[in-house]
Design a protein around this ligand. Structure first.
Ligand code: GLN
Length: 539
């Protein structure tokens, strides 16, 4: 293919309509037809990246292989496409301005007044085309965060308008995602919000080529005709996106609606191929027809919000399908776990996962949960902070090191079994300064973790400042907490497991970021399997 084609996905009427899932589903269909496709997300907020955002504000922070702290939609892109994303796949207004201001300071615009148009819009256009210019992709899908009409989105919409004009209609198209609400009092679906949102888009000089309409009810031909006429799109380009039981149904729903066919036609690309979704549908089939059910407790402090542990929840879906079991995840708030409540909250479970996190709130409950899993031989997986809590619990209750802690929670602890990395001690800036991205890890032959991966050398993604303190390694190992995964360069302990336990693993890295539909993460697969075995033994 000669030139990269660009698809822009904008949103109207309401936020949270699932632009990311639509973009990922379209990308999946195009990929399944043989087009090399990638997705990018432009976020209109002023933070340079979401790394400094609380999960309550913005859901999980997703970490890429190259160590970028990004929007959780990139997780969906990787899970759907099984292709790595990178820093270039997520751009925020903060990053755009930072870069333009740095250029100004370097004197790159000498003599000129630096303005939103053209300087900011040029920077946006450049960022959009970075992926396309790599010549690695036939199609780049760019999702614009926010809703049209927002003040923050304006420079992005203007950049897309310019770019579309420069690239030509056959090389760029706009998909606008809107909501068609159902008014139960009138018993009708309403098209007016969509009409207004398309009008808002047009006020900025941008025309929607395809409309994707989120709806709770089927769109009749009449409604489709009405939307086409008033919104200036062809009727075949009015695509219904009906609520689905799982996000993994959306590619098939979009296929049925012909989203990929209209897209290819508009971009002047061959559409005689049919998408090969064999592997995808095999996964769906297993996901929808489980042979058994297991219950896993997810112990964290952001459990009220589904988005905070997005990648973990999705990794359980992949691993459940692989094991042909349904994983029911019970979110348990660690602040409400204590001596009196623990039995009630945990004893019926088949496995316990202690989640990643930052700060002191809720950690004692996490430590109690680890202790329960250790003493009652419940399968246990600790991720990042969860692994650190496992080390602290073992130090306190097995080694009898009273007050053992992480220096993150208690700087003056007598037994800092988890401590800040030397390299981190002088860091004062918060953004992008943790140990981030993929790091090598060497696994001890014969260990549980070695058997999980079936190999000794792995690479996993990190996001933390604190580490297992090697000064306590000998004591911990002697008492039965083995360090079975080590960073070959630094000697840092990345994996711990217990000798006298059926399945107890703590990992300093985040396996959840690498689990995809096509390649479920082996650690989640093995954990679910262990929990399934546990449930069978219980019965
Ligand atoms: N707060 C811990 C650290 O910084 C763990 C981070 C995490 O769980 N991602 O080391």
């Amino acid at each position: 293919m000669a030139e990269t084609k660009y698809i822009f996905v904008t949103g109207g009427v309401s936020s949270s309509l699932g632009k990311g899932i639509i973009a990922a589903s379209l990308a999946k269909l195009l990929q399944a037809r043989g087009f090399r496709t990638t997705i990018q997300k432009l976020d209109p907020y002023i933070n340079v990246d979401p790394g400094t955002l609380n999960p309550y504000e913005h859901g999980e922070c997703y970490v890429t292989e190259d160590g970028a702290e990004t929007d959780l939609d990139l997780g969906h892109y990787e899970r759907f496409l099984n292709v790595n994303t990178s820093q270039a796949n997520n751009v925020t207004t903060g990053r755009i301005y930072q870069s333009v201001i740095e250029k100004e300071r370097r004197g790159e615009f000498l003599g000129k007044t630096v303005q939103v148009v053209p300087h900011i819009t040029n920077e946006i256009k450049e960022r959009i085309q970075i992926l396309g210019k790599k010549k690695e992709y036939d199609i780049v899908i760019t999702e614009i965060g926010g809703t049209v009409g927002d003040i923050e989105s304006l420079p992005y919409i203007e950049a897309v308008r310019q770019l579309k004009w420069e690239l030509g209609d056959e090389n760029a198209l706009v998909i606008h995602l809107t909501l068609v609400p159902f008014l139960s009092a009138a018993g009708e679906l309403k098209t007016k919000p969509t009409q207004h949102s398309v009008k808002t888009l047009m006020e900025s000089g941008l025309k929607a080529d395809i409309l994707v309409c989120r709806t709770e009810h089927e769109l009749s031909d009449d409604i489709r005709r009405k939307l086409a006429i008033f919104c200036n799109v062809r009727q075949e380009a009015v695509i219904q996106s009906i609520d689905a039981p799982t996000i993994y149904d959306v590619p098939n729903l979009m296929l049925k609606e012909g989203l990929d066919t209209v897209t290819l036609k508009k971009l002047d690309l061959p559409d005689e191929t049919t998408p090969n979704l064999e592997q995808w549908n095999k996964f769906l089939d297993r996901h929808k027809n489980p042979k058994a059910e297991i219950r896993i407790g997810l112990i964290g402090k952001y459990v009220e919000l589904q988005d905070s542990y997005k990648s973990i929840l999705e990794a359980f879906i992949h691993a459940g399908a692989e094991n042909e079991v349904k994983v029911i995840v019970e979110s348990i708030h660690s602040e409400f776990i204590n001596e009196n409540t623990i039995k009630n909250k945990i004893s019926h479970l088949d496995g316990v996962l202690v989640a990643p996190g930052f700060g002191e709130r809720g950690i004692e409950g996490k430590i109690d949960a680890v202790q329960f899993a250790r003493e009652n031989k419940l399968p246990f997986l600790g991720i990042c902070l969860g692994m650190q809590m496992a080390v602290i619990e073992f130090a306190r209750n097995v080694l009898q090191l009273k007050g053992a802690n992480s220096t993150e929670m208690d700087e003056a602890t007598k037994h800092p079994v988890i401590d800040i990395m030397e390299a981190q001690k002088n860091i004062t800036h918060m953004g992008g300064t943790m140990r981030l991205g993929a790091w090598d890890c060497h696994l001890k032959e014969g260990s549980t973790i070695f058997n999980v991966y079936g190999k000794a050398d792995i690479k996993e993604r990190h996001r933390h400042r604190y580490e297992y303190n090697n000064k306590y390694k000998e004591q911990l190992e002697k008492a039965g907490m083995l360090s079975t995964g080590i960073n070959p360069e630094t000697g840092l302990v990345e994996v711990v497991e217990l000798k006298d336990h059926p399945w107890f693993v703590g990992v300093q890295y985040h396996p959840e970021y690498k689990s995809t539909v096509a390649s479920p993460h082996p650690l989640f697969v093995a954990f679910v399997k262990a929990a399934y075995e546990h449930s069978k033994n219980k019965a």
